[in-house]
Each structure stands twice: as structure tokens, then as C-alpha cells.
Design a protein around this ligand. Sequence first.
Ligand code: UD1
Length: 362
Amino acid sequence: MKVLSVVGARPQLVKLAPIAAAFASTDHQHVIVHTGQHYDADLSDVFFSGLGIPDPDVHLGIGSGSHGIQTGGVLAAMDPVLAAERPDWVLVYGDTNSTLAGALSAVKMHLPVAHLEAGLRSFNRRMPEEHNRILTDHAADLLLAPTEEAMRHLSDEGLAERSVLAGDVMVDVCLRIRDKILSGAQAAPALPDGIDPHAPYLLATLHRPDNTDSPERLDALLGALAALPLPVALLAHPRLTARAEQHGIDLNRGSLHAGRPLPYAGLIAAVLGSSGVVTDSGGLQKEAFLLDRVCTTIRPETEWVETLEGGWNQLVPNPYEFSPAEWAGIATRPAPATPRGLPYGDGKAAQRVVEFLERHKR
Ligand code: UD1
């Protein structure tokens, strides 16, 4: 069997790691196509080297641009690649512009498409990810759902027959790296200047267009983070850095200490060293949950609703609307005592994905 993975943005590289490792232990051929949506070393190269992912077989070099330019660029560039490779499956990951373009290009060439992380919904049509994931789910032939909740969404949209519960491959990689860190086999993460890794701190990220594109909102959110009673390590995505520079907004003030994004193992170590996480990232909400850290999510909704149970994750779209004491109480709340199940699976999802692809191959 020949499987062609299309990836392009940071969270997809994390998911690619366990999938590439699972294929490496089989006779199947696994071709990796990197669209180049993310091109900074911090967002791309360090994930290949740090997670032991083989170099991409094809690099499309698409880069940044408007949604149309980026999605259309990948779509056009995929034609000759798919024509040359003719894989048994095109495997697309998550909800980015690279995902949608990869799925669409395969469908138009009559190649079977499998969607990893199918069935997630925010029900927020303002998010580009929501358009991407819905369109990809409806185009794909095999929907690899990470959770029971995702299976329910797919069923509600009439897609039950194409859906299977695979579990979440992010659990596979998160737990593997956590164990490596706890065994002492990993160097300390490069936290932003001003953060003492041995004293309590909060870990923060902010990159969604709805949180970064309006200068007033961005300034208010950063003001809320800066007012917290613990030092806040802000790992700044290039979009955040670009918007802050564009509008003359300071990322270093009060409790806030900004630094570069971390490689995956560094990020996991930074979560383990933290007292809690404040973020608008989907992946980081789940990583906090898997690593027993409370998470405060700067969004009105989450796709990962399981993290909300028992208060491990709390949605706070507008932290500046609370009094400083209330907001501080939320962001620094202690970990709940509530036991959690395994809503994201057992850490063997990648192996299951390979088995599903074998079983459903035409
Ligand atoms: C994309 C995904 C989002 C995912 C995120 C993870 C879409 C619609 N969104 O958002 O779902 O959570 O990746 O990080 O696909 N930039 C750089 N260097 C890079 C990449 C981007 O400087 O290597 C800057 C550019 O100014 C670019 C901006 O970041 O315009 C946004 O990048 P883009 O890939 O369009 O979307 P993300 O915000 O990263």
C-alpha cells in the first residue's frame, strides 16, 4: 500500500510523527508532501529533526498569503505530484488550508482521501478551520475520528458510514515525549528571558486571527495576561509577533515575557514545568489536559469539549471583562481533583490508523 501524507502547518507535523513511525514498522510506502504553509525553522524544521520524522519527499514551497492564494497554490501544485505518485490513499491532517487543498486535489484526481482528526466542530463559522474541516470531511472517503464526540458530529451530518473511531494520534506523541522528559533524557526548554523555570509560571500562546488581528482586542488580551500575579511565558507565533509589531503593541510588559515558539519536546517540558496554561491553541488545550495542567482558553468555544469536564479547561473569551482578582483566580486555579477517563484514546491511535487504511483500501 502507498500512502501520501499532505502536511504544511505546525500541528500537522506533530500528528505526522506517530503516523510516520507507524508506517516505518510496516512494508507500506509512505510519501510525505510538505506544502510549505509553515516555513520558519521554529514552526517546521525543528519538528522534523526533533520528532525523528523523515525529510519530506516533496516540498511545494507555498508559503504565506491570503486564504485563496494559499489554498489555491497548494491545489495547483498537488496535481503533478499526485499524477506521478498515484497513491492508494491521500492522508490529510486536521483543519488547515493545506488540509482542504490536499483533500480537494485528491478528490478531483479520483484518489481515495482519508481525513485524520475528522469530525471536530467548533460551530463557529468565523473560523477558517471550521470551513476547512467541514469541507474536508464531506470530500473524504474515510473519516478517522479522534473522539466519540467527533463520531457523533459526523453521524449528525450523514457521514456515519465513512467514519471510524481511531483515537487521537496526538496522545501517542505527547505521552512518548512526556516519558522521555520525565526520565531525564531531554534538555531544559528555552523559556523566554525573565522566566525562572524553577519558580511558578504560566505558559501562554495566542495566534488565532480573532484574537490577534484587531489591535484593540490584542492589546486588551495582552493587558489581561500582563496583569496576572504569576510570570507568564508567552511563546509568540509569527502571526502574533507580526501583528504586535505592525500596531506598536508591546509583548513584554508586567508579568508578560515573550519568547520564540518551542520545539515539541521543549513545549511539553514547558507545560510540565508550568502551573497552568492560557491559550487559544487547540493542541495545547489537549496537551495541558494530558499532562495534568489546568488550561484557560481564550475562545468562546472549543472543539475539544472533553477537556472542559471537571474544570480542567475553562473558556474565557474576554478575560479583560473580569475584575483583575477574578481573572487571576481563574488563570491560577488549582488542578481539579476530578478523575478523568481516556477520552482521547490509549496512545496507540497511529497504529490503528494504519490498520484502518489497510482494511478500507479499494
Ligand atoms: C495555521 C492554521 C491554524 C493552525 C496554525 C498553527 C489555517 C487556516 N490555519 O494558522 O489552524 O492552528 O496554523 O500554527 O491553515 N508566518 C510566518 N512564518 C511561518 C508561517 C506563518 O511568519 O512559517 C506568519 C505569516 O505572517 C503568515 C501568518 O504567520 O501570514 C499566518 O500563517 P498561516 O499559515 O496563514 O496561518 P496560521 O495563523 O499559522
